[in-house]
Design a protein around this ligand. Structure first.
Ligand code: MV4
Length: 452
């Protein structure tokens, strides 16, 4: 096992990684920008190194500064957390080239899943269902129209270099397809430097279900069941849970088929370490959309319902240990729901950063708070607006909801200018459609609306 690792991240995830690896006897190095001097994540680590100005490009995305900090402190491995450099294959290579270990998947498998059109081709060949669409990218309007006629409208134009919903445009007919091709291509070129696009049938109201994967470097690869992440707004997840309500609704055969597809997809990418396969589910049909090469924000709901320490396994796997967890020995227990607390207006959703004056976390049976902030700190516009994750566990889904609701109501965050979406969480957890598990990606357009 590593003696010392550097955590190339900030906020709740950096803090959480330090706390998760301490019992393993691993010491940690935090990094911080000008904006994060004295932040909780720097105090959670054994050492902290300043890496640059507040702007991410000059600090948390600055590979050279991070590698220099790792060398200077004698770290043997680097954990990237999520976001920032976590899915950057070139950074992973640079870590290995500098004689350290990147705590994540092999760079080659990160590259294989980066091009979404290629990833589709690869998993389809492995027998994994994907949304009906083009095989590879389309290069002319004529080609796109012919493909759309085959697929059937509505279609979705997606950027091959995209992912996470960036650069997607729906089209309902040939005319809107021309517009979508242009808009999506332009956006993709400026965001990813590549205008290649592909088409898929547009699923109008799918559920978003993802499967947690763990694989080692000895050919063992398992799934750790699903998380339901349908409740989101503009591709920003709001509430995630495990199991999916489909599990309680008796759709276990469907879920088993999704796990099987996820394992097959991950194997096709030559995956190792922790990763996630994303699926869209509509009725009894499911389709792979992409694989994420990182530990996800919402991993705690998997940890709380399986008892598996995902960060611990990420380190053991990166250190070359064998994954001796067999899925048949992993039992799911209860239900867990994660509420992402954002510094934003709870009704109009725009960012509302500011200084935190009061911060009182809820406590109680089955309640966990992963936070990167505390009273006295500034939430700045430089970074992600997520300031905490509130996770509630119960014996069953209704107990998790009840505990979650009580916890949301007792979480006190006040500030100068700062607002949070805690009122939105209260509305979601108290909503009848949520209680019924009746979810899809348009949930927030239809439910949990403010009363006036
Ligand atoms: C789709 C889709 C409907 N049809 N693909 C958005 C994120 C990216 N990973 C894929 N996304 C979608 N792909 C087809 N063919 C709808 C979405 C989508 C979505 C997916 C998951 C979670 C939230 C979403 C919100 C809007 C759209």
């Amino acid at each position: 096992m590593f003696r010392k690792i550097l955590i190339a991240n900030r906020g709740e995830i950096a803090r959480r990684i330090s706390e998760a690896v301490r019992p393993m006897g691993v010491s940690t190095v935090a990094v911080y920008s000008d904006a994060d001097e004295g932040a909780p994540h720097t105090r959670a680590a054994d050492e902290a190194v300043h890496i640059g100005p507040a702007a991410p490009r000059e600090s948390y995305l600055n590979a050279e500064a991070i590698l220099a900090a790792a060398k200077k402190t004698g770290a043997e491995a680097i954990h990237p957390g999520y976001g920032f450099l976590s899915e950057n294959a070139a950074f992973a290579r640079a870590v290995h080239d500098a004689g350290m270990t990147f705590i994540g998947p092999p760079p080659e498998s990160m590259e294989r899943m980066k091009d979404k059109a290629e990833a589709r081709r690869l998993v389809t060949a492995a027998g994994v269902p994907t949304v009906p669409g083009t095989e590879g990218t389309v290069s002319t309007t004529e080609e796109a129209k012919a493909a759309a006629a085959q697929i059937g409208y509505p279609v979705l134009v997606k950027a091959a270099g995209g992912g996470g919903g960036i650069g997607m445009m729906p089209a309902r007919d040939d005319e809107s397809l021309e517009k979508a091709l242009r808009a999506c291509g332009d956006r993709a070129r400026s965001a990813f430097g590549r205008d290649a696009v592909y088409l898929e049938r547009y699923l109008e109201a799918p559920r978003h279900i993802e499967v947690q994967i763990l694989g080692d470097h000895h050919g063992n690869l398992i799934h750790l069941f699903e998380r339901e992440c349908s409740i989101q707004r503009r591709h920003q997840k709001v509430t995630e849970e495990a199991p999916s309500p489909l599990w309680w609704q008796g759709k276990r055969d469907l879920l088993e088929r999704i796990y099987d597809a996820a394992v097959r997809a991950a194997n096709a990418f030559g995956y190792a370490n922790a990763g996630t396969c994303e699926f869209l589910v509509q009725g009894d049909e499911f389709f792979f959309i992409e694989m994420n090469a990182r530990l996800q924000v919402e991993h705690p709901v998997t940890e709380l319902t399986t008892g598996v320490d995902l960060i611990g396994w990420q380190l053991r796997i990166a250190a070359g240990e064998k994954l001796d967890l067999h899925p048949s020995r992993i039992e799911r227990r209860g239900a867990a729901i994660e509420m992402r607390v954002y510094a934003e207006d709870p009704i109009r959703f725009f960012p509302a950063p500011g200084k935190i004056t009061t911060w009182e976390e809820p406590t109680g049976e089955g309640v966990r708070v992963d936070a990167g902030y505390e009273a006295g700190q500034m939430v700045t516009p430089f970074y992600d607006p997520m300031i905490a994750k509130l996770i509630a566990w119960g014996q069953d889904r209704s107990e998790a909801i009840a505990r979650g609701l009580a916890a949301v109501r007792s979480f006190k965050i006040e500030g100068e200018k700062l607002k949070t979406n805690l009122p939105l969480h209260e509305r979601i957890l108290a909503d009848d459609a949520f209680a019924a598990g009746d979810l899809d990606t348009h949930f927030l357009e239809k439910h949990a609306r403010p009363s006036k």
